[in-house]
Design a protein around this ligand. Structure first.
Ligand SMILES: [Zn+2]
Length: 131
């Protein structure tokens, strides 16, 4: 790993290097520079590498990375897939509440909750149409 003077995601992208983080539990994740850059922008993250590392959590044990740096290895994390999975899970949950509301299922408790779930579905659809 060369000691290039790279401090933020923009510079990482310029050098076409990927971001590598290592957890105390032994898990190693490599993020593609382009995806990580877009992710940081989309989520309002600062782009400094130390700041980005501080926001990451291990998917296995939940700890922040113990070591981080850059590398030429291929990415083993797909942030776009993660984002899609998260959106699908959110939508599924909203749909579930909505279905309960339609059946007036006693598990639902308050109708207010159902209305909020339905609103979430509409917000989701709006968001998806915006893309
Ligand atoms: Zn871990």
């Amino acid at each position: 790993m060369g000691r290039k003077n790279i401090r933020n995601l923009g510079e990482l992208r310029q050098h076409r290097l990927n971001f590598r983080v290592e957890c105390g539990c032994g898990r190693i994740s490599v993020f593609a520079h382009g995806q990580l850059y877009n992710w940081a922008l989309a989520h309002g993250w600062p782009t400094g590498l130390a700041a980005v590392a501080a926001r990451l959590k291990c998917t296995r044990c939940g700890q922040p990375p113990r070591h981080w740096g850059f590398c030429c290895e291929d990415a083993n994390v797909d942030l776009e897939q993660l984002a899609r999975d998260r959106r699908d899970a959110h939508l599924k949950r909203a749909q579930w509440f909505h279905d309960l509301a339609l059946r007036r299922d006693p598990r639902l408790g308050a109708q207010r909750r159902a209305r909020r779930a339905a609103m979430a579905i509409f917000a989701q659809q709006d968001e998806e149409q915006g893309h």
